[in-house]
Design a protein around this ligand. Structure first.
Ligand SMILES: NC(=O)c1ccc[n+]([C@@H]2O[C@H](COP(=O)([O-])OP(=O)(O)OC[C@H]3O[C@@H](n4cnc5c(N)ncnc54)[C@H](O)[C@@H]3O)[C@@H](O)[C@H]2O)c1
Ligand SMILES: [Zn+2]
Length: 382
């Protein structure tokens, strides 16, 4: 099966069996391809110890919350230099980078050392940038532990911190050396974060096509309930779609842009709510709101806002719909004016014409302002 972005056609990157239980794909990069391995077999502890034993001079940067949930980690940390980090947006700052660099320096890391980063997107974004800059490049191996990180952020190499009051303003595209994904970590993930990940996965399914959307429909209820097999199926699907776009456009100057589906209004919702709506859920609300917007502008689409609402209604908590509904249009308009992708009076959006076919579309700010002022997007009650 193939999918299309503007005039280009892509095939989802295939997974190959690595062991009877583990699948692997290679993600292409200017610095050489790197493996992403999906470990579906139980046994996180043994496998992690094996990777560490094979890795030479290793430093571990880890989300501290994981230590209270996985006691074996404390035993591993006794053997390696490490830093325990708090995964909130404060870490994605110059101060957060300094915290990581100070720990690197204390452990006397060189460019031949390796940093194993264990955590969600917040840890991977901040530690990834710290590694990219430290001595002009410390190799990093990523171990994502949230659904957003496993199904999306762990490949593609984007690292970032926030700056000047805006998200992800300073960053790089620096690929990891390898990625190890254990859906098993998701057993302890708070419910809201599972929901956030499912919204990003729905975005990838829409970009990917009918087969991907069918896989989403087949597994999302079980995934919502925490079924590890279902989560693994959805992670594999979402990464196949993302990897195909990263392979073609790692630097994000062309078709990789399709992954911004739901993100134009999603980012605006996130900022306008002062980050009360977490990123993934804002993307889910953004998928719905963008579809409403395009319908209001008279664009034909096979995937209607009502279709999306049926899926998103069970994923996004009512409180978040309410939060979005109550946001003043002026806050959304101002957040959109700050969008990095704005060029003069227009903003480039991604429009999903049908599953597997996205187009970049220039939208006049004035049209968005007019629509948001009338604010019909969350008029449906869930
Ligand atoms: N680089 C990219 O391509 C990319 C893509 C998407 C999002 N992001 C960024 O990722 C960040 C959000 O990351 P996230 O959604 O992964 O959340 P997160 O890393 O902020 O983690 C969410 C919460 O879950 C906790 N947690 C992590 N793993 C856990 C586990 N296994 N069990 C229990 N608790 C766990 C964390 O401590 C935190 O409290 C944002 O800053 C966003 O900008 C980056
Ligand atoms: Zn996103």
């Amino acid at each position: 099966m193939t999918f299309r972005v503007d005039e280009q056609t892509f095939s989802p990157t295939p997974w190959k069996l690595h062991t009877p239980h583990d699948a692997e794909m290679v993600v292409q990069s200017v610095l050489g391809g790197y493996p992403a391995r999906l470990h579906t077999e139980e046994g996180l502890e043994t496998a992690l110890e094996q990777i560490l034993a094979d890795s030479g001079h290793v430093f571990i940067a880890i989300d501290h919350i994981l230590l209270s949930k996985y006691p074996f980690l404390s035993i591993i940390l006794e053997k390696y230099p490490h830093v325990k980090l708090q995964a909130d947006e404060h870490l994605k700052s110059l101060h957060g980078l300094e915290q990581v660099w100070t720990a690197f320096h204390g452990a006397e890391l060189t460019r031949h050392s390796l940093c194993l980063a264990i955590g969600g997107g917040t840890i991977l974004d901040a530690v990834g940038l710290a590694c990219a800059l430290y001595k002009r490049g410390l190799p990093m191996v990523s171990v994502p532990t949230t659904l957003v990180a496993q199904a999306d952020s762990c490949i593609g190499g984007k690292t970032a911190i926030n700056w000047g009051g805006n998200k992800n303003q300073l960053g790089s595209i620096t690929p990891p050396q390898a990625v190890h994904i254990w859906p098993e970590w998701l057993g302890t993930l708070p419910d809201d974060h599972r929901r956030a990940g499912l919204c990003e996965i729905l975005r990838s399914a829409l970009v990917g096509g009918e087969a991907e959307l069918a896989r989403f429909d087949q597994h999302h209820q079980a995934a919502l309930a925490g079924d590890i097999h279902a989560l693994g199926q959805l992670i594999a699907m979402a990464l196949s779609v993302k990897a195909a776009l990263v392979d073609a456009d790692e630097q994000d100057r062309g078709p990789r842009f399709a992954l911004n589906l739901g993100h134009t209004l999603g980012h605006a919702l996130e900022a306008a709510s002062d980050y009360e709506i977490p990123h993934g859920l804002a993307v889910g609300l953004g998928l719905f709101a963008e579809a409403r917007f395009f319908e209001a502008q008279g664009y034909a689409t096979e995937v209607t806002a009502d279709d999306l609402a049926k899926r998103l209604g069970v994923i996004i908590p009512k409180t978040q719909w309410a939060c979005a509904r109550n946001l003043p249009p002026a806050a959304m308009i101002s957040a959109l004016a700050d969008d990095k992708k704005r060029q003069g009076a227009t903003l480039t959006w991604v429009r999903c014409l049908k599953p597997g076919y996205c187009q970049t579309t220039s939208i006049l700010q004035a049209d968005t302002t007019d629509w948001l002022t009338r604010n019909p997007m969350f008029s449906i009650d869930y």
